[in-house]
Design a protein around this ligand. Structure first.
Ligand code: HEM
Length: 417
């Protein structure tokens, strides 16, 4: 039994996550927080924030916290109001996203998806990935500036995940707008307009995948929609709605973070002369892939595209002397843990050969990113081909950040070959 009177009080502080200056450079404030407020409660967001690598790693492995609570308690038990009817179309998708499930429901769906979306299958995509990357690099001007985000970073992972799933060409132009509308719902306090756009996008997206999966059940092809439609684990299969939601989730998860990971990664390289020179030299002598194996992890540690994830506390617990109450939400600042001086020597240095690199960027524990091998391969391939073909690549002007923190990235990164 945890005695509340012996516990430490959690300090109160407000962090302005949506402040554009913080989004563009959170690294000025985070060391101060780690030192003075490693754990704090923000009343405006009603969340307890954790900033240290050790705390975040421990909490991510603790089964007394979860991405959801409904596997343990009913809405009535939690005192939650019924779901907002305005969100019904969005919820038909979101309620079937396995990343937000826990316990046996999560194990079942993750198991079914892992059975067909394997690291081996990803390796098999490398030739296609190289071809798509070359096509994109062919299409950009080689003697004047271009926006890396819109010309390469965005289309590449969308093309890859669409290819993996087997989305027909004519539908592909809709993927990015649908996905962008849906992921607005994951930011703090979405507006009424965001909600309406997300509902419309979820509806159109779900109907499209339901139609495609019905076709693939009749005429299976060599793609994930077909294999997800037929795969079985312990006698269980995906329902139609689960299948459609899973494909949409893979599409969203499969590119939103990768776009930002490659853009922020390229920006970090172009701003760090020594690291850039090392990478260019390795690429020039044909050893780019060897260096990029560690370099990609380091780039994803150095600047974190998904800076913060949340968990619910499932029962009253004590954590390092702090009381965490049942139902409380905690915000885990992966972006801060990734620069924690207690875990990483020289955390603010971009060291492309860093091998002791327990980055938090892909999470940890039961929800560890299922797409990490694909994301790594994509970043490795794009940086190698880019510097092979444009060894003089340089930054032009200042990059522009998008306005969200939860999915943090760039809208503009102008570069010139
Ligand atoms: C740089 C790119 C990427 C980053 C930074 C990233 C990051 C993450 C993180 C942090 C989580 C766990 C969330 C949590 O801790 O609550 C996660 C889960 C997941 N990611 Fe990724 N991801 C990336 C790319 C991908 C790709 C390319 C795919 C697949 C096509 C993918 C599919 C998934 C899936 C399916 C999950 C859910 C796992 C589960 O809940 O069991 N991700 N990702």
């Amino acid at each position: 039994m945890v005695k509340r009177e012996n516990m430490k009080q959690i300090p109160v502080h407000h962090i302005s996550l949506n402040d554009p200056a913080f989004i563009a450079n959170p690294y000025a404030d985070l060391p101060i927080l780690r030192k003075e407020l490693p754990v704090f409660y923000d009343p405006q967001y009603d969340r307890i924030f954790f900033n240290l690598h050790a705390d975040i790693s421990t909490l991510l492995r603790d089964k007394r916290l979860g991405r959801g609570m409904l596997h343990r308690y009913s809405r009535e038990e939690l005192g939650w109001p019924p779901p907002d009817p305005r969100l019904a179309p969005f919820r038909r998708f979101q309620d079937n996203v396995f990343m937000d499930m826990e316990g046996s429901a999560h194990t079942r769906l993750r198991g079914l998806v892992s059975k067909v979306f394997t690291p081996r299958q990803v390796e098999g995509m490398s030739v296609k990935l190289e071809a798509i990357t070359h096509e994109l690099v062919d299409a950009v001007p080689h003697d004047q500036p271009f926006n890396f985000v819109s010309q390469i970073a965005e289309p590449l992972p969308v093309a890859m995940i669409a290819e993996l799933l087997g989305i027909p060409e004519e539908i592909r132009p809709h993927l990015r707008p649908w996905s962008s509308a849906i992921v607005k719902m994951y930011e703090m306090n979405p507006s009424d307009e965001d909600i309406e756009n997300a509902n419309n996008a979820a509806d159109e997206f779900m109907e499209t995948i339901l139609r495609l999966s019905a076709e693939r059940r009749q005429h299976p092809q060599d793609d994930l929609i077909s294999s997800l439609s037929t795969t079985e684990l312990d006698g269980s299969r995906l329902t139609d709605t689960e299948l459609a939601a899973t494909c949409i989730f893979l599409l969203n998860a499969g590119h939103e973070a990768t776009v930002n990971g490659s853009s922020l990664g390229l920006l970090a390289l172009l701003r760090n002369e020594a690291a850039l020179a090392n990478l260019k030299e390795a690429v020039a002598i044909g050893e780019g892939d060897a260096l990029l194996k560690t370099a990609v992890n380091e780039l994803l540690r150095y600047d974190t595209p998904l800076p913060m994830f949340e968990r619910y506390v499932l029962e009253d617990i004590e954590f390092n002397g702090y009381p965490l109450k049942h139902g409380q939400e905690v915000a885990l600042m992966y972006i801060s843990g990734n620069r924690d001086e207690a875990r990483f020597p020289n955390p603010n240095e971009l060291e492309l050969t860093r091998t002791d690199n327990p980055l938090l960027t892909f999470g940890l524990g039961t929800h560890y990113c299922l797409g990490a091998p694909l994301a790594r391969l994509e970043l490795q391939t794009v940086f190698r081909i880019l510097f092979e073909r444009m060894p003089g690549l340089r930054l032009v002007g200042e990059p522009k950040f998008s306005d969200g923190f939860v999915i943090r990235g760039l809208t503009e990164l102008n570069v010139s070959g």
